[in-house]
Write a protein that binds this ligand. Structure first.
Ligand code: ADP
Ligand code: ASP
Ligand code: MG
Length: 406
């Protein structure tokens, strides 16, 4: 029988009426023969309220261990309310919190940003299966973990999403459903731009990048546990229906390696355009890229400096690009000259955990320094680092970077 994991965010269980509707939506699935594991956040803004009270009462002298214990009360309360509501609808339900023997999510002792012990959690998720087999709906605290000593830990703000995908993975669920306060994933934060439009689907890779860049709708670490076989969607709570359409999350398409390092097979050429105080002039970038676009030349990357803009293009298109950009530069009052540089290798390292791993750039660049490989350009974002080195150094640099990271 298919297992689904349904996670309810704070707003979707924001008051008694919403909790009843949420519980009804779970019971409806149960009645249709699906096994449902419920993961809940704290009711409404409880977590923020608790943090504010602690701030006023204790300030910064509270220990992380104490903080995790106190803040856990949001979810510790909400699982009890939710499970009782399911029972009031005539279906058996049991809540699970970290103080209980059968609690599944085991972590290290980094109390406020705990790392999950996946193997132990997977083993313990058998307890959830046992409940499901008895026709009981388990209601699990999102966001919380327990360390080896039995202390409460938390997975970081917004961590209930991680709990949902983690349990979905451990239980080989058919579907993970995230119920939230907006209709799904939108073209941008609908609370910032009212013209935001709902997306019917989004890939794991896109969702991860959106999340690591701050789109709160899903915790960026949640998708570490997204298996291509598990369906996933984000839906709005107002439907009161878990089969409502929202945004489907598709993939991942590649293997599930946390880090990948790639190098381009063909050389890339660098074209640098210079001009005085270019950074403060409007529209220069557009002039350059439009000229390349009109000639169907792809740009791999752009970096901008005070007095220069560097464009990376395929070597095979470099001579044409050079000529086209030259025409733009000589016509434009704010650009003075340009130069077509040597052949370059582009090494790209992707990882979802760069964002919270200090020292990644040092680890990547240190072996290159030791081996006297010059870095021509480097760019980094929250999930990737791209290095440009001389074509002749490319293969060696690639192997070094791979060996320190993978
Ligand atoms: P929950 O309490 O259900 O976990 P969150 O507040 O954590 O809900 O996440 C939902 C919020 O994410 C929305 O209210 C919205 O403001 C924000 N958000 C940011 N970017 C997006 C986006 N691209 N699509 C949808 N919501 C977004
Ligand atoms: N209640 C926690 C928070 O507000 C976890 C969550 O909602 O996902 O951060
Ligand atoms: Mg959230």
């Amino acid at each position: 029988m298919a297992i689904i994991v349904a996670k309810f965010g704070g707003t979707s269980i924001g008051d008694g009426d919403r909790i009843r509707k949420a519980a009804q939506s779970v019971v409806k699935e149960y009645m249709q023969g699906r096994k449902v594991v419920v993961v809940v956040s704290a009711i409404n803004k409880t977590t923020d309220d608790i943090l504010q009270v602690v701030e006023g009462a204790i300030g910064e002298s509270i220990t992380e261990k104490q903080m995790a214990d106190v803040v856990s009360m949001g979810e510790i309360t909400s699982v009890r309310v939710f499970a009782s509501t399911i029972e009031s609808l005539g279906v058996k339900s049991e809540y699970m919190d970290p103080h209980m023997e059968n609690w599944p999510v085991i972590t290290d002792s980094n109390y406020l940003n705990a790392q999950i012990d996946f193997e132990e959690t997977e083993k313990r998720s058998q307890g959830l299966r046992d409940l499901l087999d008895q026709g009981i709906i388990p209601v699990v605290c999102g966001f919380l973990g327990k360390d080896e000593e039995g202390n409460v830990t938390t997975l970081g703000r917004g961590g209930s999403d991680i709990t949902a995908f983690l349990l979905g993975h451990c239980l080989q669920a058919e579907e993970v459903i995230i119920v939230t306060d907006v209709g799904g994933v939108m073209s941008t934060d609908p609370n910032k731009l009212t013209s935001a439009k709902k997306l019917d689907k989004i890939s794991v890779e896109e969702m991860r990048d959106l999340a690591t860049h701050g789109a709160q709708v899903l915790h960026p670490h949640a998708l570490r546990y997204k298996d291509p076989k598990i369906n996933a969607k984000i839906i709005g709570f107002e439907h009161g229906d878990l089969s409502a359409p929202g945004t489907e999350i598709i993939g991942p398409s590649g293997d599930e390696m946390l880090r990948t390092t790639t190098i381009n097979n063909e050389p890339i050429a660098i074209i640098a355009v210079v001009g005085e105080e270019m950074m403060t002039k409007v529209g220069i970038l557009a002039e350059l890229t439009r000229a390349l676009q009109n000639n169907c030349i792809n740009i791999y990357g752009i970096s901008t400096g005070q007095n220069s803009i560097t464009l990376f293009v395929d070597k095979s298109t470099a001579d044409t690009a050079h000529e086209i950009l030259h025409e733009v530069v000589v016509e434009h009052p704010d650009m003075s000259s340009l130069s077509l540089g040597r052949d370059i290798s582009m090494i790209t390292v992707n990882s979802q955990d760069f964002i919270d791993t200090p020292g990644i750039i040092t680890r990547i660049t240190e072996p290159l320094r030791k081996n006297k490989i010059n870095i021509v350009e480097i760019s980094s974002s929250q999930t990737s680092v791209v290095l440009f080195v001389d074509w002749n150094d490319g293969k060696r640099a690639y192997e070094m970077v791979r060996s320190v990271l993978e």
